[in-house]
Design a binder for this molecule. Sequence first.
Ligand code: IVH
Length: 694
Amino acid sequence: MTTEAEAANRLMRLAKEIAKHNRLYHTLDTPEISDGDYDALVRENNALEAAFPHLVRDNSPNKAVGAAPAGHLSKVTHAKPMLSLDNAFADEDVADFVARVRRFLNLPEDEPVVLTAEPKIDGLSCSLRYENGVLVQAATRGDGQVGEDVTANVRTVGDIPVTLSPSRLREGLGVGMSAGGRGEIPAVFEIRGEIYMAKADFEALNAAQEAKGEKLFANPRNAAAGSLRQKDASITAARPLRFLAHGWGEVSALPGETQFDVIKAIESWGLPVDPRFIRTASVEETLAHYRMIEALRADLPFDIDGVVYKVDRLDWQARLGFVAKAPRWAIAHKFPAERAETTLEAIDIQVGRTGKLTPVGRLKPVTVGGVVVSNVTLHNRDEIARLGVSVGDRVVVQRAGDVIPQIVENLSRDEARAPFAFPDHCPECGSEAQAEEGEVDVRCTGGLVCPAQRVERLKHFVSRAALDIEGLGEKTIQEFFDLGWLHSPADIFRLKARRAEILARDGWQEKSVDNLLAAIEGKRTPDAARLLFALGIRHVGAVTARDLLKGFVTMPRLCDVATSETGADELIAIDGIGPAVVEALADFFHEPHNVAVWDDLLSEVSPPDYIVETRASSVSGKTIVFTGSLETMSRDEAKAQAEALGAKAAGSVSAKTDLVVAGPGASSKLKKAAELGIAVIDEAAWAEIVKAAG
Ligand code: IVH
């Protein structure tokens, strides 16, 4: 656990650090850290902000850009926000939507509410800004207010013309231009729509990724997003991205008075519009179109997750306006989660890094909404009991959007058959498997004797948040482990002796082997906190690892304390460290095998002392008390500033206090300071000190 003061301190540093790297990357084009390290900073920031929402300040990396994704692409503030949609699930919800529109506009009974209806494409929305018919900027949705600049990437998408073509305006369209002449393209026109990847292209891309040993995408939408949000647009160019227009943002003039006519005009300028985009005049007609699209769904070349209805008349749209982030004039009629029946053929048990036994259901392969599902997670022993499943049962599998497929119903639960016996021994090493009191998870007690735990720990050791060894992915770790080359982390640093053997294996060339070995060599002086986290000690996450090292500076000192008689007290005294961590550390370092692994590792790597960087200042080493109400910052922020300047922030004035920073309303502490002859300054003077330290 991190204390509030520590979180405030860390958040302030992170904000500065992220801002610095943004500048280095975007403005100066001289990044100093890898994308992985940058992402880790952003992740750490976001986790702390989530845990301490009241500490989120205006200089938060997220605030500065809205809550937009803090990636490496630059930010774009949308001229008009990119909205989301309310959802309807049942037919009645659609009837209610139309009734609401009718009521809001106070329409007479016999006035039809004409809607447009079109598929809801499962992609990512994108805003394309055309000025005088030329594509000048493309941005992702981001948080709706601020997105990411993907102009260079979008220019490589074949469906998206770089210039709009007025000549394509179809004759007889019946569209009156509300400004400019017929067929003229408005000076400013932002076309909005969905970037997506066709199902077949997604399959082919994943097959190619697999052949190259690269990361697979979970679904077409992730593949489209990953392909679009590339710093290097040539990667985007090589990916088969498509586009369908469904709306617009800022425009200097509109080529029509209805949703339908404007979209048709956009189509005539050269952008694709889904052929199932139609106008409907009654709820019945609308629902019939929904059912038609639902029936087509599995055969469509791309994923859709519903049908979107929009009020056709733009003057009505304007009157209806928005509620929160969604328009009152549109709604997404979602398809129900897809389900299918199949047989549970086996229940396998996987053993993870911490020894957790996870049951995985193997299914007779079944197509659920166009995707073949053959595995489902059964989570834990309790979930198996809840479903009452055993091998051979008929089950209902559900797949909803992005969610991992799951068993939602057991059709055989009332039949007589032997219940599934959850193992009481580890299937990998035979050690006993138990659940700790009050816990649902059953764990293998074999520790590093267990090959499954050993290999999972190695994977964790090299992972991004840990040592982050590039080129050493899970597959390679598994392969080298199976070959007997890797037993413990230190072996990674001895791989250089196997250069020729690695080279002799499939898929390795001189260059890739040298890159791998260089990446490993580059981690011989790893950050001590990352190294501690990499050991995979239970309850010691990345933040706890840092807290521990802040307290003990070196790893050997930490090990001494963890195993000493009085160690527990010393550890507990550190802010953010609780009994679970103390116990886990003692368990870990009392185990001779772990100590041997650790000593072996230290013969290969030397983590530098962990010194929390503070800026030299006139208050370094001093004890400061903040009192009264501060006007430009919170007490937490002030304390964090003091800590960043190497000072200690204390809660009460005593003989040890060097300085008191007082805002209005301070009384007793001021009096005490006067009695003790301690210097008192105001908030403005404090701000000067902070500024002077740079
Ligand atoms: S209209 C003001 N139409 O769904 C309404 N959105 O859940 C803005 N989407 O962010 C959206 N297909 O990315 C609209 N035919 C369609 C759509 C569609 C997919 C996405 C869009 C939006 C999200 C809202």
